[in-house]
Write a protein that binds this ligand. Sequence first.
Ligand code: IMP
Ligand code: MG
Length: 182
Amino acid sequence: MKNLENNIEKILFSEYDIEKIVADLAESINADFKNQEIILVGLLKGSVVFMSDLLRKITLPCEIDFMAASSYGSGTTSNGDVKIIKDLTIDIKDKNVIIVEDIIDSGNTLSRVLNILKKKNPKNLRLCSFLSKPDRREVNDIRIDYLGTEIPDEFVVGYGLDFDEKYRNLPYIGILKREIYL
Ligand code: IMP
Ligand code: MG
């Protein structure tokens, strides 16, 4: 992965940092839903690495499902035009649902997905995101119930996050060098 790593400006969260953040998030979810069942809904593809770590720290009876929404193409900024490419396969009516995201940026993707899921009448609909870039928010009514950490307005990759579909396999989260995408 040498060539990928050369394109990283700075590591923001090491594997060790990430493990601790995920453990804290799982602990909150386990406590909030004690003696209940939950469904984790991961948004493809960015959430898969986080989802697989989080899932293994959940001690409640738990199902998983995935949705895919797209707003990006291959650039680094959202255009607000969100398409649902893959819908759920399990019924979430009257269930405790937690959406799992890698990062909330403008919030456009999430607000579209939240509206779709609300119509399916879950008992509870919560949001868990590893990262948030509050400075870039365009949709202001998004409440992140379980947030790993906030980051400044920088383009980051690794731990599932991509640039042009690459870098998802880096085990840490780093800022991508600007010359790679400018
Ligand atoms: P939003 O609709 O603008 O909130 O965009 C959310 C999606 O954009 C995330 O699920 C990511 O896939 C992607 N995204 C936003 N910021 C970054 C970043 O810094 N690195 C990689 N992907 C990002
Ligand atoms: Mg992406």
